[in-house]
Design a protein around this ligand. Structure first.
Ligand SMILES: [Zn+2]
Length: 120
């Protein structure tokens, strides 16, 4: 008596990369774009990265596929702006910390100097 498995109620989270995800060669910066394919290796346009032949290599520098990083679908340049903002925030924080460090360092140096004076 095998009851049919109930359909999953929660939508499956897609761990597989999207078909139009681009992949960047971490060795030379070449970007494989599925919509363009790869003329050098006779890959027709529209071939997703994951469907490239296993022996496919970077047409520019020749590293294997596992040296490529998924950089997402085209048209997501907005990430740069966000990164810039975050970077700015971190820089501000860092300069504040630097100031604190300098003051703290001066105090410590002063204390060490005074202790040397005290010894002599
Ligand atoms: Zn490369």
């Amino acid at each position: 008596m095998n009851a049919p498995e109930p359909e999953a109620t929660t939508p499956a989270i897609t761990t597989e990369p999207a078909k139009d995800d681009r992949y960047e060669c971490r060795a030379c910066g070449y970007v494989y774009e599925p919509e363009k394919g790869d003329n050098t290796n006779e890959i027709p346009a529209g071939t997703p990265f994951r469907e490239l032949p296993p022996n496919w290599r970077c047409p520019v520098c020749g590293v294997p596929r596992n040296q490529f990083a998924n950089i997402g679908p085209p048209g997501q340049a907005s990430g740069f702006k966000e990164n810039y903002k975050y970077g700015f925030g971190v820089n501000t924080l860092t300069s504040t910390q630097k100031t604190l460090l300098i003051f703290g360092g001066l105090l410590v140096a002063f204390a060490i100097m005074m202790s040397f004076y005290g010894l002599s």
